[in-house]
Design a protein around this ligand. Sequence first.
Ligand SMILES: [Zn+2]
Length: 129
Amino acid sequence: MPDSAEELKRICDRIRREGKLTKWASGKLKKAFGDRASRAIRAAQTKKVKKYVYEPSGRVRWVVVGREREYVVLREAEYCSCEDFYFLVVSGLVPYCYHILAQKLAEALGRYDTISEDDGMYEFLSGRF
Ligand SMILES: [Zn+2]
């Protein structure tokens, strides 16, 4: 859905410039993505988004902590390991799951935890998802 992608990029660029989530931005997000936007905003504000940086390779993996488990978000591929993604995003019914929105939002706001891990853990997690 190129329109949603364009809109999301525009909103995130503005958040990045302003350094915060303004009423304008949260209104736009909710209008474009509904309830998923509200959940994404909540996740970003409560720092549910984690950036794992693997050493020494410097590889990065984003994780969003959900209620029952953690979800891996591959930023470049716009992939998420959740069921919403698997059932609704892949089939084109919705443009993004809330984890992907949360990751983009958290990154634009600079509101996430950074966690350093050993490269060995990257392989371990790859087997899990
Ligand atoms: Zn997801």
